[in-house]
Write a protein that binds this ligand. Structure first.
Ligand SMILES: Cc1cc2nc3c(=O)[nH]c(=O)nc-3n(C[C@H](O)[C@H](O)[C@H](O)COP(=O)(O)OP(=O)(O)OC[C@H]3O[C@@H](n4cnc5c(N)ncnc54)[C@H](O)[C@@H]3O)c2cc1C
Length: 338
């Protein structure tokens, strides 16, 4: 039976910024059948609908005049267990890191670099979450959905999901049109490790072929030193995407600044860490009302002291403007403004 909370439901515990806005209605469902019948009812009422997961990439800017849906579809089942490849189907309401923990425990490779990212399985396939050189799109086989407008189930193959940097068809062309109900991931029993990024390189020096569990433990240890725990300090992780600039622009920056950090995206485009641009503009640790730029990582905006949505929106736009003025580079939010 779906849990239904009507009338001005506080979303404070449903977004990691900890913003206390209200939804006209909040509905949590346990099965696809429940979801289909809820959608049918809501369509008849003409209500505005927003599906959320753990709210770890959302910035609610005001009360939500409609219905917030939340999946409580909880299962993890093995579709097949071959000698080298594992297919595992997971309900959209499963906490993402619970899934990673289970895969590492079994020493199945694929999700370990993405350990400890907040949020739920459904959103992982929407957001194409990424960390330490791995994006979830690379281990997704298919995404099970329900179309909001018709209640019809549809399975998307990974090749149809248009995965890109923090991007997918669900975030872009089909935004707000499908609800993810389950995801099938493809993992490997053979070590396929990605230790090229940041402090994970140290692990390679220590162990030739670390287990999935060892990599997971290292990732969690690194993340704990760098990122705020949402239960202690509200944030939505990286607030901005890293901009990709033409090679010529990167060369101009190098002429002016020493050691410009960068990743080569293609022959003629370079990704510049937004954190570096923001830090060069002097924003690290700065506050605006109750919002602040996290002192350990300037890409993260935090709710330092009872921030209002306006404090965070204004701080973000001041940062964007100063990066634009200083570098003539546009940085765009990764966080979804609602
Ligand atoms: C401290 C911190 C660290 C983070 N680190 C990383 C990181 O390293 N890498 C990274 O990629 N992200 C990171 N994030 C961002 C965030 O964890 C991810 O974007 C995550 O996937 C969001 O999951 P969620 O369940 O909280 O989704 P929500 O924030 O609730 O929703 C995100 C989007 O997905 C949509 N959505 C959610 N569930 C569904 C569904 N079932 N069907 C259809 N649409 C849905 C929502 O409408 C919304 O548009 C971090 C966030 C925090 C707070």
């Amino acid at each position: 039976m779906a849990f239904i909370q009507k009338h001005q439901y506080s979303l404070r515990n449903h977004n990691t910024f900890g913003i206390d806005v209200r939804a006209e209605q909040f509905i949590s469902y346990d099965t696809v059948e429940e979801l289909v019948s809820i959608l049918q009812e809501l369509r008849a009422q003409g209500k505005r609908i927003l599906q959320i997961g753990g709210g770890s990439n959302l910035l609610f800017t005001k009360d939500f005049p409609g219905v917030i849906l939340h999946s409580n579809i909880q299962f993890l089942e093995y579709v097949s267990r071959g000698s080298t490849e594992i297919l595992v189907r997971v309900g959209s309401g499963v906490v993402w890191d619970d899934f990673c923990a289970e895969m590492a425990r079994k020493n199945y490779y694929g999700s370990e670099n993405l350990s400890y990212i907040p949020g739920e399985v459904g959103a992982s396939a929407v957001q194409n979450i990424g960390a330490y050189g791995v994006e979830v799109g690379s281990i997704i086989k298919e995404v099970e959905t329900v179309e909001i407008a018709t209640g019809t189930p549809r399975v998307f193959q990974a090749s149809e999901c248009e995965y890109g940097y923090r991007d997918s068809i669900f975030k872009n062309r089909l935004r707000g049109q499908y609800i993810v109900t389950a995801v099938v991931y493809r993992l490997s029993t053979i070590p396929q490790v990605h230790l090229e990024y940041g402090q994970l390189k140290d692990l390679r020096a220590k162990e030739e072929t670390p287990t999935a569990q060892t990599i997971r433990d290292a990732v969690i240890a690194i993340r704990r030193t760098k990122l705020p725990e949402p239960c202690e300090l509200g944030s939505a992780g990286s607030f901005f995407k890293n901009p990709v600039v033409p090679l010529e622009k990167y060369r101009q920056l190098c002429a002016e600044y020493k050691d410009v950090p960068h990743y080569v995206v293609s022959e003629d485009s370079i990704k510049i860490p937004a954190a570096w641009l923001i830090e060069q503009c002097g924003w690290k640790g700065k506050t605006h009302g109750g919002a602040a730029v996290y002192e350990k990582q300037p890409l993260i905006l935090v709710n330092q002291h009872h921030a209002t949505p306006q404090d965070i929106v204004e701080l973000a736009s001041l940062i964007q403007q100063s990066v634009q003025d200083k570098f003539q580079i546009q940085i765009l939010p990764e966080v979804n403004y609602i």
